[in-house]
Design a protein around this ligand. Structure first.
Ligand SMILES: NC(=O)c1ccc[n+]([C@@H]2O[C@H](COP(=O)([O-])OP(=O)(O)OC[C@H]3O[C@@H](n4cnc5c(N)ncnc54)[C@H](OP(=O)(O)O)[C@@H]3O)[C@@H](O)[C@H]2O)c1
Length: 255
């Protein structure tokens, strides 16, 4: 089996584990957490998000801090190709966008390619209509683009898909002092059963925790133990919590 990139999930959540409210409000980060996110982007060779995150938040995913690598791709997993060329990620200048889909709709694929983005088609044999074969897609990202590390920025559905396929190496979350009580969870199996008990849950080992420099949030880092295949990198792109780098970086941030 060919290798895949190292995969880190990073999300910012309420203390009840929500990354967005019932109205899809999701602006939870303090300035230090924004610096943390951008430092993490700077340490990875690609950022990956799900289609809903792009459709709802319309991000560009461009900003990185203290980049440790020149290589940087923006990857969107869009099973049914719902993305449209008017979105900022296609319209505004920035690093190459790669759309990963299970759709074989040639018209839609051509429309996305016209924006300058690449399209990878990869289907899960069990659900050839809309589910992307994430394991294969990650291998393609490594083989065709040389991407050795991917920072996954959500949303909950993509986080769940990757954990279910056992292709996540590290899970980072910032816990913020808010409660939504409904909305999107950090790991969200829409309409499904999720992981039903401790046996089914991915096995996590705590690596580090830190009080955010804002004094109100806590950042936690877990290694994920049970994986279907090992990543090409033996060590994580970032070894630790990041408080020193964050304090330094936040001084130069305008937020
Ligand atoms: N607080 C934070 O840190 C944070 C970070 C990111 C996002 N968010 C919030 O999270 C919300 C979005 O989360 P979400 O869970 O609704 O959506 P999401 O994970 O962003 O996107 C879900 C979509 O991604 C595609 N997808 C994911 N896994 C797939 C697979 N294995 N195969 C094919 N397609 C796959 C599907 O697209 P198709 O439907 O086209 O098949 C699916 O509908 C937004 O409100 C956003 O603001 C918060």
């Amino acid at each position: 089996m060919s290798p895949r990139p190292y995969v880190t999930i990073f999300s910012t959540m309420t203390i009840d584990g929500r990354i967005a409210s019932s109205t899809r409000f999701s602006e939870l980060s303090c300035p230090y957490d924004l610096a943390r996110l951008r430092l993490l982007r700077g340490a990875h060779e690609a950022v990956m998000v799900g289609a809903n995150t792009v459709l709802i938040d319309n991000p560009t995913l461009r900003k990185r801090l203290e980049p440790r690598t020149n290589k940087y791709y923006r990857v969107v997993v869009d099973g049914r190709l719902r993305l449209t060329p008017g979105l900022r990620i296609f319209r505004e200048p920035g690093p190459k966008v790669i759309v990963v889909t299970a759709s074989d709709d040639e018209e839609k694929i051509a429309m996305i390619r016209k924006t300058g983005a690449d399209v990878i088609v990869s289907r899960e044999p069990s659900d050839p209509r809309s589910e992307v074969n994430l394991r294969e897609a990650l291998q393609i990202l490594y083989e065709q683009y040389g991407i050795q590390s991917v920072l996954v920025e959500g949303g909950g559905s993509l986080n769940y898909s990757l954990l279910r396929r056992r292709v996540v190496d590290e899970l980072r979350a910032t816990i913020t002092p808010y409660i939504f009580g409904a909305g999107v969870s950090i790991v969200n199996d829409y309409g499904g059963t999720g992981f039903r008990n401790r046996n089914e849950s991915p096995k996590l080992v705590l690596k580090c925790t830190e009080l955010c420099p804002c004094g109100q949030c806590v950042h936690i880092v877990y290694s994920v133990l049970d994986k279907c295949c090992e990543p090409v990198l033996r060590e994580p792109p970032i070894q630790t919590c990041l408080s020193k780098e964050i304090e330094r970086a936040v001084k130069g941030l305008s937020v």
